[in-house]
Design a protein around this ligand. Structure first.
Ligand code: URA
Length: 431
């Protein structure tokens, strides 16, 4: 087989068989297929699409690129959680310890920032010492001792996703239903849990802006998961505004800790409780939905979720004192407030641009990941649909490098505006 021909086949709208996709993934991971060739194939796949069989073959080839975690020695029915990606979406940082505190074993393989969306691993690495690159033995050991672990794709675990993910980020090939489904399901299958809860985001801050596309993504995720023997449930949730107020790595960890310790924004709390309760149900710990919500709420309010987060951080080498003293997290010293220039209501025309502004402040332009400043970001001082008066603070920017303010400000000018009629605020949980 010749990789050039595979690229040309997809470019011309052809369909791949299983062997071709195995050849492509194996070749890319082993280095026989180069980054430019894979980038060309990804763009062809983005534009031409992959049918459900191709998506399943691609996913299976990605799983086979590394080891698969065997959870047979772990008690109970492990449940994994994933988000399709959003702006300010730090729910994983709350949900995973909360579900674990309620008795669910949570093996989670996460990703880094992708496109305009944040990455759980980048957020966790704003905690001093935190180590995301666990070996399979460390991952399983931590599941047994702590009940939850959040780890990266590595040379051991889905190396194909690690490499393809980075390339998609540089080549504007992220927002593709089959590529997202293969990326997510390959990680979930490799992570070992048979039960998967996926938070499918919808709106301008998500990769799927419309409800119809988000439903289609949910259907493909479920179908591909099903083909691999996974039980996938999806919750479609709104991403036309950031989740909570903070957007940016350390700022989001602070907000997640706030939520775990009884404060934080109401929307983050609502979504986290709902997701953790669904995981409790999927693990078979509590059968009725209200009972699951009661159990999770008790774990949140009693501080058991916060305690579990401390244990997870400590097990992965991080400074767990941040949970009691969030000020230990390094937050950028520069501050700039963006204020309303007229009276009206705050509208968010493009939530993705808020994610982009935060990435710009952190020095990570899309697809060019040098050293990122995890202390930078922004905080929404007003939320979508809030009434505002001229001069009211809308957003506070946190920066270390003043030169980044202009580009961040330009993105924010495209993202938000003050309008004369209250904009629609969709329910957080759509379906
Ligand atoms: N999350 C992932 O893990 N992969 C994607 O492609 C998008 C969101």
């Amino acid at each position: 087989m010749i990789s050039y021909e595979l690229i040309a086949k997809k470019r011309d709208g052809g369909r791949h068989d299983r062997q071709e996709l195995e050849f492509l993934i194996d070749g890319f991971v082993s280095g026989r297929i180069t980054d430019p060739q894979m980038a060309a194939w990804l763009m062809a796949a983005y534009l031409r699409g992959l049918d459900s069989r191709e998506t399943a073959y691609l996913t299976e080839a990605m799983v086979a690129s590394g080891k698969t975690v065997d959870l047979s020695g772990v008690d109970g029915e492990p449940v994994d959680k994933h988000s399709t990606g959003g702006v300010g979406d730090k729910a994983t940082l709350v949900v995973v310890p909360l579900a674990a505190a309620a008795g669910v074993t949570v093996p989670k393989l996460s990703g880094r920032a992708l496109g305009h969306t944040g990455g759980t691993l980048d957020k966790l690495e704003s905690i001093s010492g935190f180590r995301a690159g666990l070996s399979v033995a460390e991952f399983v050991g931590q599941l047994k001792s702590v009940g939850a672990a959040i780890a990266a794709q590595t040379a051991d675990l889905v190396p194909a996703d690690k490499k393809i993910y980075a390339l998609r980020d540089q080549t504007a090939t992220v927002a593709s239903i089959p590529l997202i489904a293969a990326s997510i399901i390959s990680k979930k299958a490799a992570g070992g849990a048979k039960n998967i809860l996926i938070d499918v985001k919808t709106g301008s801050g998500a990769f799927m802006p419309t409800l119809a596309e988000s439903r289609e993504l949910a259907a493909v995720l479920t179908e591909v998961g099903d083909g691999l023997g996974l039980k996938v449930r999806c919750l479609i949730t709104d991403m036309s505004r950031p989740l909570g107020r903070a957007v940016g790595n350390a700022l989001e960890v602070k907000e997640a800790i706030d939520c775990l310790t009884g404060g934080g924004p109401a929307d983050l709390r609502e979504l986290s409780v709902r997701l953790a309760a669904l995981m409790v149900e999927m693990a078979g710990l509590v059968a009725d939905p209200d009972g699951a919500v009661r159990l999770v709420t008790k774990c949140l309010d009693s501080g058991q979720g916060a305690q579990k987060f401390k244990e997870m951080i400590a097990a992965q080498g991080g400074d767990s004192r941040v949970v009691d003293s969030p000020d230990l997290l390094s937050v950028a010293p520069g501050r700039r407030v963006i204020a309303a220039e007229s009276d009206g209501w705050l509208n968010i025309a493009d939530c993705g641009r808020l994610g982009l502004a935060s990435a710009v402040l952190a020095g990570g332009h899309l697809g060019e990941k040098g050293q990122i400043d995890r202390s930078a970001g922004l905080v929404m001082l007003a939320k979508l649909g809030d009434p505002v008066k001229t001069g009211d603070p809308l957003i506070e920017l946190y920066y270390s490098d003043k030169d980044r303010l202009e580009a961040a400000g330009a993105a924010i000018a495209e993202a938000i505006g003050v309008v004369s009629a209250r904009p629609e605020v969709r329910p957080l949980i759509r379906e």
